[in-house]
Design a protein around this ligand. Sequence first.
Ligand code: DLL
Length: 428
Amino acid sequence: MIYNEVETAPRSELRELQDERLQETVETAYEEVPFYRELLEERGITPDEFRGVEDITDLPFTTKEDFRDTYPDGMFAVDHDEVRRIHASSGTTGKPKIVAYTDDDLDVWKEVVARCLAAGGVEPGDTVQNAYGYGLFTGGQGLHQGIEELGATVIPIGGGQTQRQIELLQDLESDVIACTPSYALYLDETAEEMGIDLEELPLSTVMFGAEPCTDPMREAIEERLGVNGIDIYGLSEIIGPGVSNECHEVQDGLHIFEDHFYPEVVDPSTGEPLPEGEEGELVLTTLSKDALPVLRYRTGDLTTLNYEECDCGRTMVRMDNVTGRADDLLIVRGANVYPSEIEDVVLEFEGVEPQYRIDLYQEDNLDRIEITVELAEGFTGDADALHDEILERLKNVLVFTPDELDLVEYGSIERTEVGKVKRVYDHR
Ligand code: DLL
């Protein structure tokens, strides 16, 4: 189901809307946010001369450090009495990024999340269990309002309480669960311990997001839970969940709701725009945010844009699913590797679980990388042979040999029940 006709608008119409909204956004940023006025003035940009999308690369970038430097509200474009809601994204270090919404912003937010759900095949009348955390994190509230907006039933259980989640999935016959990909796998493990087979339940869709999910990880979710996995993407600085979503009809990339968020892909090291189809860092500009307009935000997320028409009828550009961030890049003895490359290799093997961790150490000024992977439940094969096979494959794919590969017993890697999974531990 297509939730809003604009999703199928001819691209020329969309472009007119983007031009108009981008001009307004630049004007608001200039007039209302001293932080932006200074940056725009430095570049000689005035709102009356700014023409729209064709001039977008003249605009300055915004970075996560800018949020930190202007903490808590230095980027707000409205007075406090117009702010109806605050959320925050928990940084692992330093202050969180505070984000704000006016009434109109909340309306846009719930509408784009409703579009995501509809794109994912969720229908009015469906029951959706929302297992994203409520609170300052945008996942819980963001999904919640979108589910209601669509006309579906929301079960606002939030993160954790895994046994309860499973009982509710059973008793309320939920059609959909919204949660992180790692939590979807954890649900399945817990259900198994409870003697429940999730495949037997009416559950048909997992709306997974907030974390990277490689193809083998998605396959594991789909197979084990007997569901269709749909990828939902977003970030607090831009709005929260609802920036883009996969369509269930085609499932080849996530449609970005370009009437509200303008995407670019740039070279992560130089910031130079990249041609269509090349992988780089996603940069997003808000086109309709009132409380917190954001110009050219460096998301850190690596993706590719695809403007080809999609068979689902949506004309909005698709981004590849995000399996890594520019700042995830691990530099090990001078060689570059993304954790997702390691995940891709390891999960090719039948005898292991989609549970792993990567530890980096420094010894005598040399980097050491250790990879720990769980053996599949009830593994009875030859673990030594499997170890050698995985190591050989890692050697072939990576540009260096991991110092250690440990295959550990099923269940020995800690699971994440609430929040985002952590797989890389850099002790250097
Ligand atoms: O994670 C918003 C969200 C909630 C999205 C629920 C989807 C579902 P933040 O906490 O600000 O917001 O984290 C944003 O998480 O820049 C990506 O690195 C990562 N991320 C979000 N969605 C995906 C996804 C929420 N579908 C950061 N695939 C982003 C991969 C994702 N990474």
